[in-house]
Write a protein that binds this ligand. Structure first.
Ligand SMILES: [Zn+2]
Length: 337
C-alpha cells in the first residue's frame, strides 16, 4: 500500500464521513483553541504540541494532511505550539479517561474462548471488555454522581471511557488515582492478579461487581465450562437446566445459586478474577495524556474509533467493524492487528 493510496482513503473519510462536531460529545468547545492535539503523519512521524483556533480548522487540517492517527490532549492556559510546548504552559484540565484493552486480559481470556496470540479477538473474549464497561459506567454514575460519560471503540482491541462532567476535568492526579483505587477489583497483574480483600471494596461496589460478573459469566454458559471452573457435575447440571428452563435468562435466583455453588468449592474469587475490569491506570492518572480522537481512524486497522451505545454494547463485535483501508478490507488478516 503506497502513501498516496492511504492519503486518498484518509482524505475521503475525513472529507465525507468525519464530522468534527461529534467531538463535542467528549470535549468542551469553549476551550478548543488552547487544547493540545497530536498526530501521526503518513510517513509515520509523531507530532504533538499542536492546537487549532476552531473545530473547522482541525477538520481542514485532517483533510489536508491526512494523518494516520489523531489524538486529543489536555487544555492549557495558552495554545500549545512548537514554540510554546505543553511543559511550558499552565495545565487547565483534562477529561477523566479510562483505557481498557484486551491485551491486559491475555491471562484470563483463555477461559472464555479459544483465541490465541495478541492478534486475535472474538465476540466471546470481547464480552470481558463489555462487562468492564457496564460495571465502570454504572459505578461512575451511581457512586460518583458522574453524568456525561461516553464510551468509544479504540479502533483496535480496546475501549476508552471519557467523562466530561465539568467537576471531573480539573481533578488532579491523586484524585484520579483514588477513583482507580475504588474501581480496582483485583490487585497485581496477569497470572499474579488476585481479588482484593473484600474489606477493601465498598459494599455497594462489591455487590454490583459480583452481580455484573456472575450475570454475564452465566450467559450462554455450558455445563463443561462450569465443571472446568470446579463445580461438581450435579451443581453444573442444575445451573444449566435452570438456565434452559428460563430461556437463558439470568435472574437473581440463578445468580444466588451460582454464588453458593462457587463458594462451596472455594471458586468465588477465581470467577471474579477472570472477569474483573483491567483498567490501564497510567492512562487515567496522566494529566497530559493524548487519547485517540473519537471518530478518527486507527492507523493500523483503518477502523473508526466510534462511539459505543451502552444499550447494545453486548452485541458489538470488533471483528465486524469495517476498515476504510482497501488492502485490509480484502484481507482476513484484519484480526492480525
Ligand atoms: Zn476470543
Amino acid at each position: 500500500m503506497t502513501i498516496a493510496n492511504r492519503r486518498t482513503e484518509l482524505r475521503d473519510y475525513y472529507s465525507t464521513s468525519f464530522d468534527v462536531q461529534n467531538l463535542s460529545q467528549v470535549i468542551d468547545f469553549s476551550s478548543f483553541s488552547t487544547r493540545e492535539f497530536g498526530f501521526v503523519s503518513l510517513s509515520g512521524k509523531f507530532f504533538r504540541n499542536i492546537s487549532f483556533e476552531t473545530p473547522k480548522a482541525l477538520q481542514d487540517f485532517l483533510i489536508d494532511r491526512c494523518p494516520t492517527d489523531a489524538y486529543i490532549g489536555a487544555v492549557y492556559e495558552n495554545p500549545p505550539s512548537r514554540q510554546n510546548p505543553i511543559h511550558t504552559l499552565e495545565w487547565k484540565g483534562h477529561e477523566l479517561v479510562f483505557d481498557i484493552d484486551l491485551n491486559d486480559y491475555d491471562a484470563v481470556r483463555k477461559f472464555v474462548c479459544d483465541c490465541t496470540g495478541a492478534g486475535q479477538v472474538c465476540i466471546r473474549c470481547w464480552q470481558l471488555i463489555n462487562v468492564s464497561i457496564s460495571l465502570i459506567d454504572e459505578t461512575l454514575r451511581r457512586d460518583f454522581g458522574m453524568r456525561e460519560i461516553v464510551w468509544l471503540f479504540s479502533g483496535r482491541r480496546g475501549v476508552h471511557g471519557w467523562v466530561r462532567d465539568p467537576e471531573t476535568i480539573s481533578l488532579d492526579r491523586d484524585l484520579r488515582q483514588s477513583i482507580i483505587d475504588y474501581l480496582s477489583v483485583i490487585k497485581g497483574e496477569d497470572e499474579t492478579a488476585r481479588v482484593q480483600d473484600r474489606k477493601q471494596l465498598k459494599y455497594e461496589f462489591r455487590k454490583r461487581t459480583e452481580y455484573t460478573i456472575f450475570k454475564y459469566s452465566l450467559k450462554d454458559v455450558r455445563r463443561k465450562d462450569l465443571v472446568a471452573i470446579g463445580l461438581s457435575g450435579s451443581a453444573a447440571s442444575k445451573i444449566v437446566n435452570q438456565l434452559k428452563h428460563q430461556d437463558g435468562k439470568v435472574d437473581e435466583n440463578l445468580i444466588r445459586r451460582f454464588n453458593k455453588s462457587l463458594a462451596s468449592v472455594n471458586k468465588y474469587d477465581e470467577v471474579i478474577r477472570r472477569w474483573a475490569p483491567r483498567i490501564d491506570h497510567k492512562v487515567t492518572i496522566d494529566l497530559r495524556r493524548l487519547l485517540r480522537m473519537p471518530t478518527s481512524i486507527h492507523g493500523k486497522t483503518g477502523r473508526v474509533a466510534r462511539f459505543l451505545d451502552l444499550d447494545t454494547v453486548f452485541d458489538f463485535n470488533p471483528e465486524d467493524e469495517p476498515s476504510i483501508f482497501s488492502d485490509i478490507k480484502k484481507s482476513k488478516e484484519i484480526s492480525g492487528f
